[in-house]
Design a protein around this ligand. Structure first.
Ligand code: HMG
Ligand code: MG
Length: 297
């Protein structure tokens, strides 16, 4: 079986994990969560997003979170448009994640723009970011299925990935936004991506609505992917993707990889301490294998 001996986990709990929480998580608690996650060994983490506070009130403290984290290498912030990117840079961001869905309807619901308008705004901004030495990650939502348009064709997903690659991004994070993809679809799309875009970092981002995320990660590894987004405690979900549940739980991904002899650099027990620190502030019940298994690890 061909899978990597080392995998990078990009922790998205402070951003994807918390963005859907109705109750505001105090900034100091977000910062404590982030600090404990760094201590667990993550080298890349989405810490917040510079989006409209009217659309996503949980992220209204993005500037404060960024300013307290800006010297940390590997801290990534999301931004949907030039306004958000400018605010992120002013707060000291060195790595920015832009996001667009393959689905036109999803983009209208999530960023209130057509795909074409969003790309027209972002492409020159990406060029500018690269000339300033900023790391750019492009998150490709609804790469497999859309809550509004149904099944997405791999051709459409690949076309958007190629547009971002030509624009000069460093990384593509390709997402199963509503957790509907199967290992067959994961293997097929990631095989094509790795073959067609060998010079770009390819990351897989699975939500776990139908409990297929671990199988999808395994299939993506067989396709050559060695970078995965996941969220501590399995928190998360996009507020504009109805029916989607949280991300795959980082603790379950780490357990699977370590038991397979795949190195991640993450200390599972320190990760659980980070989850314990944020647990009192979240409404979602944590249902990862670690939390539901009586045996623990
Ligand atoms: P809009 O209402 O069309 O924006 O929203 P607008 O340009 O007309 O501006 C309206 C107001 O928002 C103005 O303020 C702007 O200044 C302000 P007002 O004059 O009314 O006071 N504004 C902003 N404020 C802060 N930061 C900004 C910003 N831009 C404009 N960046 C907008 C358009 C894109 C802003 C809005 O739709 C938005 O914020 N959407 C974000 C949605 C979101 O965060 N979704 C979740 C993240 S994506 C995700 O989770 C998927 C992912 O995990 C992968 C996967 O699983 O698929 C990455
Ligand atoms: Mg997501």
């Amino acid at each position: 079986m061909q899978y990597p001996s080392q995998v990078t986990i990009i922790e998205v709990g402070p951003r994807d994990g918390l963005q859907n929480e109705a109750q505001f998580v105090p900034t100091h608690s977000k910062l404590a969560f982030i600090q404990k996650l760094w201590e667990a060994g993550f080298t890349e983490m989405e810490i917040t997003s510079f989006v409209s506070p009217k659309w996503v009130p949980q992220m209204l403290d993005a500037k404060d979170v960024m300013e307290k984290t800006k010297d940390r290498k590997g801290a990534i912030v999301l931004a949907p448009n030039k306004k958000g990117i400018d605010a992120a840079l002013s707060a000291g961001a060195k790595a920015v994640a832009v996001f667009i869905g393959v689905s036109e309807t999803f983009n209208k619901k999530n960023i209130n723009k057509t795909t074409e308008d969003a790309m027209s705004e972002l492409i020159p901004v990406i060029d500018d970011l690269k000339s300033r030495g900023i790391y750019v990650r492009a998150c490709i939502s609804t790469a497999f299925h859309c809550p509004y348009e149904g099944k997405i064709s791999p051709t459409a997903a690949l076309a958007l990935c190629h547009q971002f690659a030509e624009a000069g991004v460093d990384e593509l994070s390709v997402a199963d936004t509503i957790g509907k993809a199967t290992p067959k679809e994961s293997f097929a799309l990631f095989s094509l991506l790795k073959k067609q875009l060998p010079a770009i970092l390819v990351t897989a981002h699975f939500h776990d609505t139908r409990k297929m995320a671990l199988a999808n990660i395994y299939a993506a590894m067989l396709a050559g992917v060695d970078r995965f987004d996941s969220s501590a405690g399995g928190l998360g979900g996009c507020p504009f993707a109805p029916g989607a549940s949280g991300n795959v739980a980082t603790e379950d991904v780490i357990y699977m990889l370590h038991e397979m002899g795949i190195h991640t650099g993450i200390d599972l027990h320190l990760l659980v301490e980070a989850i314990e620190a944020v647990k009192p502030y979240v409404s979602r019940e944590i249902t990862s294998g670690y939390y539901t298994s009586k045996a623990g690890f």
